[in-house]
Design a protein around this ligand. Structure first.
Ligand code: DLL
Length: 445
């Protein structure tokens, strides 16, 4: 298998390994096609294009991109459920989406062509993790409206691998099939990977006896410290996969074994920009909000969609076979950024501090305490790995480390192991807002 000899063959060499200049020409052609499609659909994005003076795809170049109009989540909500659809209803073959922030769903109609693009980019993502036709992919992302399960499923089938469609939850059954079917790839949220790893350890299974070689973990924020925990618990290479339903689902970008810790963006289908708070482009290496343009999608194509996700962009690894631009792990979400007493804090920074301490388990909750509006406070509930830890010393150490990293003080509470609620399905909830009444977790005060 390719992971052993360090060679990670490309699934689509013409696309993933294209000469960047040739790819730019393809992107420019596709961008013009997209603009024509949007104008023909005559919806919100057509109106905005016309207001910006664009009459046809032929009017735009890649260099013009920063001047073209954008769309955002608010537009999707205002046109709920399918006001942004750009094809006749009969061309839609499925719907996916997410429950989204504030409980408002975002729905995305896919055509057969869109599903085909999705299968392609997901096959590449799995291939980059070393999967091949001989692989067995254990898919423990949720199946349903959420794009995780079905996205991996499409990609694994396109690659010709064997997919085990487990969906989330059912820990005992997951473990049984991991042991019996000996998959080489695991796909699930990073928090579920830790949960599975802990459950395996509790059953006395040594990670070296597991068949798993790599995993694609995403759909929620996770840090380098969580990566080490997962790799240790499961004995595999833990890779990050990123995506959002509005753009396609998982597969927008994915780390490969040779991408040096960053995620290859499938930029022949999804053009990426990073912009500052005013919408101006930021240089490579500077954190910015990711703005995506779906170059090839037809059901609900989006021109310059503000994702709300913050990351850094970079070119390809010099000399590597994959010539795609890369993005860092997500640094946070624009709207998750907490502003506490004038200091900007991303929850991932807090997590990095917590998980760097090997006394702390990966189950924690960050609480933005705004009960006293004039004196907002950050509270952090953590659990120690062992009951024998001196909780007062641990709380003081974490408090100091957080103050050093964030520049503000936090109230740290060390709770008994098992106090922080676990998620078996869906995304982990690691941030809560507390404005009145009972604390989100007993013992936080
Ligand atoms: O979470 C798609 C997905 C499924 C990605 C499986 C990876 C694996 P949504 O439910 O629409 O789609 O949520 C998208 O989740 O805007 C990010 O804020 C967050 N997110 C997704 N992947 C990552 C990741 C799927 N690797 C939203 N790291 C995005 C951090 C992520 N956050």
């Amino acid at each position: 298998m390719s992971i052993e000899d360090g060679v990670v063959p490309l699934v689509h060499p013409d696309a993933e390994g294209a000469d960047p200049q040739v790819r730019r020409e393809l992107q420019a052609r596709r961008l013009r096609g997209l603009v024509d499609r949007l104008l023909a659909a005559d919806g919100l994005q057509a109106r905005r294009l016309r207001e910006a003076g664009v009459r046809a795809g032929a009017d735009v170049t890649l260099e013009d991109l920063p001047k073209l109009p954008t769309v955002g989540k608010q537009d999707l909500w205002e046109h709920y459920p399918f006001g942004m659809r750009a094809v006749p209803e009969e061309d839609v073959v499925c719907v996916h989406g997410s429950s989204g922030t504030g409980g408002r769903p975002t729905l995305v109609p896919y055509t057969a062509h869109d599903v085909d693009v999705w299968a392609q980019v997901m096959a590449r993502a799995l291939g980059g993790a070393g999967a091949s036709r001989r692989s067995t992919v254990h898919c423990a992302y949720g199946y349903g409206l959420f794009t995780g399960g079905i996205g991996v499923h499409h990609g694994a089938m396109r690659l010709g691998a064997t997919v085990v469609p487990m969906s989330g939850g059912m820990t005992d059954r997951q473990i049984r099939l991991i042991l019996d079917l000996r998959p080489d790839l695991l796909c699930c949220t990073p928090s579920f990977a830790i949960h599975l790893g802990e459950a395996l350890r509790a059953r006395g299974v040594d990670p070296v006896d597991l068949s798993l070689r790599a995993g694609l973990f995403g759909a929620e924020p996770w840090t380098e410290a969580m990566r080490s925990t997962i790799e240790e618990l499961l004995g595999l290479r833990a890779l990050d996969i990123y995506g959002l339903s509005e753009i396609i689902g998982p597969g927008v970008a994915c780390e490969s074994l040779d991408s040096d810790g960053m995620l290859n963006v499938a930029e022949d289908h999804f053009l990426v920009e990073a912009v500052d708070a005013e919408g101006n482009p930021v240089p490579d290496g500077t954190p910015g909000e990711l703005v995506f343009t779906t170059l090839t999608k037809t059901g609900m194509p989006l021109l310059r969609y503000h994702s709300g996700d913050v990351a850094r962009l970079a070119g390809p690894v010099p000399g590597a076979p994959r010539t795609l631009r890369r993005m860092s792990k997500l640094l946070g979400r624009r709207d998750d950024m907490l502003v506490v007493r004038g200091v900007n804090v991303f929850p991932t920074e807090i997590e990095a501090v917590l998980l760097a301490d090997d006394r702390v388990s990966p189950h924690y909750l960050i609480v933005e305490d705004r009960r006293v509006a004039a004196r907002p406070e950050l509270r952090v509930a953590v659990e120690p790995f062992e009951d024998t830890v001196d909780t007062a010393v641990l709380a003081a150490d974490l408090g100091n480390a957080l103050r050093e990293r964030l520049g503000i003080g936090c109230v740290v509470r060390v709770l008994a192991p098992g106090s922080v609620p676990r998620t078996e399905t869906g995304k982990a909830r690691r941030l809560a807002r507390w404005s009145e009444g009972e604390p989100p977790l007993p013992g936080l005060l």
